[in-house]
Design a protein around this ligand. Structure first.
Ligand code: DGY
Length: 350
């Protein structure tokens, strides 16, 4: 699909993206926009090289693509200077390779913070209250009437929520769980982010005032990640994926979590050793997970699909209309910024 065919700058989007605002932004600024409508979900490096062709100024790409040495050198050869992932995470992008070829890298932080935190909250609730299991039970026609022991789950109020990775999304999630469900909070940030600290006294005080004689919530920064794993009833993972967070959650760390804990992952699949997780779910039926991401997307490790104590959704944490249109717009702004010499919205290599 081609927009503004006579535009001076050739910008490619490797996928159709929501809305038209991002297209207008580019076409208004003399860009010819080419959108790849190829049916297959994941484009290979060869597919993208073919798209880039011999002249290309910038590319908007997706987290499913391998943006390394080969693609950045092809983009450079085609005269390109700009690449933006339509994602906040950029573990699929070799930023050093891009820098080597003089290509600016963009990502799309901010617009997906609350949407992603809301999905983490949804998964926390779904897993704690066994919503998917109960839904399947209803649909299978198995409901014969109210029973005292039917789908008994965990009450969140007064329990402890543990957050690992207290950046933008982890902090938003923490606030939702503390304010919304009156959970106590323990958190650990691998980069010692202080983002959350600003809000916590306000939340705790607000809860205290509103709570009509109820206990105010408590919160603390943990000295180690293990403290979070040991103490929390619901644990949500929000780190970036890099070599330090690969398989952060493994057999040993699963073993120190409470037997009835809920573990949620809306970050990146390889943060959890999924084989270890499947085994842990198998031997601990009261342990529950809510997963948005998987180690080898689009696949799940053998056995995971059969686990009743797992809620699984297909990497949809940022999938609200407002957010996805915002991500597309920011990705376009990143590329446009570099091409036209305007400020770039978000630039991991500058
Ligand atoms: C991201 O942005 O990194 C998400 O995984 C997709 O929204």
């Amino acid at each position: 699909e081609v927009w503004n065919p006579s535009g001076k700058y050739r910008v490619i989007s490797t996928k159709p993206m929501p809305g038209t605002r991002w297209i207008k932004l580019l076409t208004d600024q003399d860009c010819r926009v080419e959108i790849c409508t190829e049916k297959k979900t994941i484009l290979s490096v060869e597919d993208i090289i073919a798209l880039i062709g011999t002249k290309c100024d910038g590319v908007i790409g997706q987290l499913t693509e391998d943006w390394g040495e080969v693609l950045f050198s092809a983009l450079k050869k085609a005269g390109g200077t700009a690449f933006s992932n339509m994602a906040v995470g950029y573990n699929n992008v070799d930023v050093d390779a891009a820098t080597k070829y003089g290509i600016a890298v963009g990502n799309t932080p901010g617009v997906l913070t609350e949407t992603t935190a809301e999905l983490a909250a949804s998964l926390s609730l779904s897993a704690a209250r066994r919503i998917v299991e109960a839904d399947q039970f209803m649909r299978a026609g198995l409901y014969e009437g109210w029973l005292p022991n039917l789908f008994v789950g965990n009450l969140l109020k007064g329990q402890t929520v543990g957050v690992i990775g207290a950046g933008r999304i982890g902090s938003a999630y923490a606030r939702m769980m503390v304010e919304g469900f009156k959970m106590n909070l323990i958190y650990y940030d691998l980069y010692q982010s202080t983002r959350l600290e600003k809000y916590l006294p306000i939340i705790a005080y607000g809860q205290f005032l509103k709570a009509n004689g109820e206990q105010p919530v408590t919160w603390k920064r943990a000295a180690t990640m293990e403290d979070v794993l040991r103490e929390a009833d619901v644990i949500s993972l929000h780190p970036i994926l890099d070599k330090t967070t690969y398989h952060l959650i493994n057999k040993e760390r699963l073993a120190i979590m409470k037997k009835e804990a809920v573990l949620v992952n809306c970050s990146r699949g390889p943060v959890i050793n999924e084989v270890d997780l499947v085994e842990h779910l198998r031997v601990n039926p009261m342990f529950r997970v809510g997963l948005d991401v998987f180690e080898d997307e689009p696949y799940m490790k053998p056995g995971l699909a059969e686990m009743k104590n797992a809620v699984v959704v297909p990497h949809i944490a940022s999938a609200s209309k407002w957010t996805r249109e915002g991500m597309a717009t920011l990705a376009a702004l990143n590329v446009l910024g570099k091409i036209k010499g305007y400020p770039v919205w978000a630039n991991p290599n500058q």
